[in-house]
Write a protein of this length. Structure first.
Length: 325
């Protein structure tokens, strides 16, 4: 049985990033870890990047090439290519690198009967604190330590509460899950961003057998960020807000939320609506173009924005007037 399959979606403009990612997977030391790289129409072709590795590790690396469809589409293409006898699937983004021991820890946890594993990590440009410590949304000592494991824990909360109410703590490149039991699960490609959140919600709706490590097991790079520089009034700002509103308005439609989860989800939407209004006001104030089709898309996903616009506008103007008194 192939124990692991590692899926790496690839879309980069800078050379040399992918090789580091693939090497970090190969250096985990598992001969039964098969790596699937999905070139999602990348400007820098994966075939050229991996030319030497494909020659020296031909039996361990599969390269799939497709037209650009987004990260979810690329990961799904990889999942479709996973061998039927594969036990576990791990995700690794093409600008991230695993540290030694990541798969060892995952195996130790999953072999104790868990279905879903994740770990702490840090971002390359912010190494002062790990993601867990920086966000402050999970305290490892609140969870049950796993036998025989260093800094491994059984997650004893409700992952839907964690993601929707407290805040997501799971990085895509730190997830390993039991593919043999959940081989039909796929990313929801209709969400341009937030597909990972939806995948964790879908997976944790199927199982509460979740384990994690407080070890820092991945260096997450920045690579291409589709929202880099997407501040008020920029080309990407309304698209970012539109995608986030689509995500959170869909959460309450797709999942059966508790009262507390529903309240938190509504709060997310309320904050996003206010951001939309602020972005529109910024554009109008600075005489920047505002496409009617984008506003129509907002209302398609969240009709509440139509009724919230005037109250938000009045509140902002009132607060601004009071601050000058």
């Amino acid at each position: 049985m192939a124990r692991f399959t590692t899926i790496i979606p690839y879309f980069q403009r800078e050379e040399g990033i992918l090789v580091k990612s693939v090497l970090s997977a190969l250096e985990q030391g598992y001969s039964d870890n098969h790596i699937i790289v999905v070139d999602d129409g990348s400007p820098t072709p994966a075939r050229k990047e991996l030319e030497k590795l494909l020659g020296s590790h031909r039996d361990k690396i599969t390269l799939i090439e497709q037209a650009n469809g987004g990260a979810g589409s690329a990961r799904n293409r990889g999942l479709d290519a996973v061998a039927e006898d594969c036990k576990y699937v791990a995700f690794l983004d093409s600008d991230d690198q695993w540290f030694p021991g990541h798969l060892d820890n995952a195996v130790h946890a999953l072999e104790q009967g868990y279905d879903f594993y994740f770990s702490d990590f840090y971002f390359s440009d912010y190494k002062q604190q790990t993601a867990f410590k920086r966000a402050g949304k999970i305290t490892p000592t609140d969870h049950q330590p796993l036998a025989g494991g260093s800094q491994l824990y059984a997650y004893n909360g409700n992952m839907h509460d964690q993601i929707i109410i407290t805040g997501n703590i799971i990085g895509t490149s730190n997830v390993v899950y039991r593919f043999a039991e959940h081989n039909q699960l796929r990313f929801r490609e209709e969400f341009y961003n937030g597909q990972d959140y939806m995948f964790w919600l879908d997976l944790s709706a199927r199982t509460d057998k979740i384990a994690f490590s407080s070890d820092t097991e991945c260096d997450c790079g920045r690579g291409i960020n589709i929202y880099a520089g997407a501040g008020w009034g920029t080309e990407g700002s309304l698209n970012r807000l539109k995608n986030e509103i689509k995500l959170w308005s869909s959460v309450k439609r797709i999942f059966d939320l508790s009262t507390e989860q529903s309240q938190a989800n509504n709060q997310h939407l309320s904050q996003l609506r206010e951001s939309v209004v602020l972005d529109i006001l910024h554009r109008l104030r600075h005489k920047k173009p505002l496409q009617a089709i984008i506003l129509k898309e907002f209302l398609h996903y969240d009709k509440g924005l139509l009724f919230a616009f005037i109250p938000i506008l009045i509140r902002r103007l009132t607060n601004k007037k009071q601050s000058h008194m």
